[in-house]
Design a binder for this molecule. Structure first.
Ligand code: ADP
Ligand code: MG
Length: 310
């Protein structure tokens, strides 16, 4: 016990609407505070798919209905989602500490994450965001704005953005200072606001960084002992959803490589988690990663369940 851990919260820790989120973060806060009560020091990251989707859609619709409402760029929507989710989390975590008789400072840091403007992801955007459009509408908007659109599973056309890899966290010194001052930190929300460097300036770009990769980077830069990825499943499986499904308690890096090659982990869901875990574990001797569910986090950290990557 007494580990420094970075926790990546999945979609199920937050829910979809503000009411749902306010309710969901109570349970999330309970699990997180329990980990601190067990002696761990925690840094929290989280996803933002539904939240940034909602904000982006609302801003788009608002602008369409009333052009005096400015069109909100996507990086700004990401920043809004970090504030909105961070507010709920820090409110709930602080309260949960109070319930167990502790006063712990909890703070959200709006986080910018550096990406390479030449990242190959920019030449093949894959992440759908915003409204659905007809082919004609999409073509008209594309002509006007330069946005890229792709057909989304027969449901219409949607804007797509790139998913580049995180290189650095701009606010890392602040994160380390806040950590040293014993704050529970919420950072890298939604994978962070992606920025590129141009003429010595950081510029936000419309893209989505996978939160599992950003949390792995944050764990690396903050010299954490364990990266904990909390999601909807208690363990990682091979032959997931099949008759011969097998839940794993442990994977070595070699195992991970072999299972990835054999296609056991779904792209966009389990694959980035396993890849992020591997990246962190390989970054320095002694670093470990754990993939498990929110409910089982403390049992898993005690070695009783979850999938450990070592
Ligand atoms: P999050 O919001 O936590 O990032 P995701 O839906 O992106 O959640 O990813 C977690 C999901 O990945 C699980 O709920 C499960 O349905 C799915 N999954 C895909 N492949 C596997 C696998 N091999 N083992 C376990 N879960 C898997
Ligand atoms: Mg995910």
């Amino acid at each position: 016990m007494g580990n420094k851990i970075v926790i990546a919260l999945g979609g199920n820790a937050l829910g979809n609407t503000p009411e749902e989120q306010k309710e969901a973060v109570k349970t999330t806060a309970k699990s997180l505070v329990k980990l601190v009560q067990d002696g761990n020091k925690i840094i929290v990251g989280h996803g933002n798919g539904p939240q940034v989707g909602m904000i982006n859609l609302a801003m788009e619709k608002g602008h369409q209905a009333d052009p005096s409402i400015p069109l909100m760029p996507f990086p700004e929507c990401g920043a809004m989602s970090q504030g909105y989710i961070g507010y709920h989390l820090q409110n709930a975590i602080r309260h949960e500490f109070k319930l167990v008789g502790r006063q712990v400072p909890v703070v959200t840091v709006i986080t910018q994450v550096l990406v390479d403007k030449n990242d190959e992801a920019f030449s093949n955007p894959t992440k759908p965001i915003g409204s659905f459009y007809t082919k004609e509408q999409a073509e008209a908007i594309a002509l006007q704005t330069g946005y890229e659109f792709k057909e989304d599973a027969g449901r219409g056309y949607r804007r797509v953005v790139a998913s580049p890899k995180p290189l650095d966290i701009i606010e890392k010194e602040s994160l380390n200072n806040l950590y040293d001052a014993k704050n529970v930190i919420i950072a890298c929300g939604g994978g962070g606001i992606p920025v590129i460097e141009e003429d010595g300036q950081y510029i936000g770009v419309p893209a989505v960084i996978d939160k599992d990769f950003s949390c792995a980077k944050m764990a690396e830069l903050m010299d954490a002992d364990i990266l904990v990825i909390l999601t909807a499943v208690e363990k990682v499986a091979i032959n997931f959803g099949k008759e011969n499904e097998e839940w794993l308690s442990k994977m070595t890096i070699d195992d991970c490589e072999r299972y990835i090659e054999e296609g056991h982990f779904a792209k966009g869901s389990m694959l980035p988690k396993v890849e992020a875990a591997m990246k962190f574990v390989k970054s320095k001797a002694g670093r470990k990663a754990l993939i498990t569910s929110l409910e089982k986090a403390d049992d898993a950290l005690a070695g009783e369940t979850g999938t450990w990557i070592e």
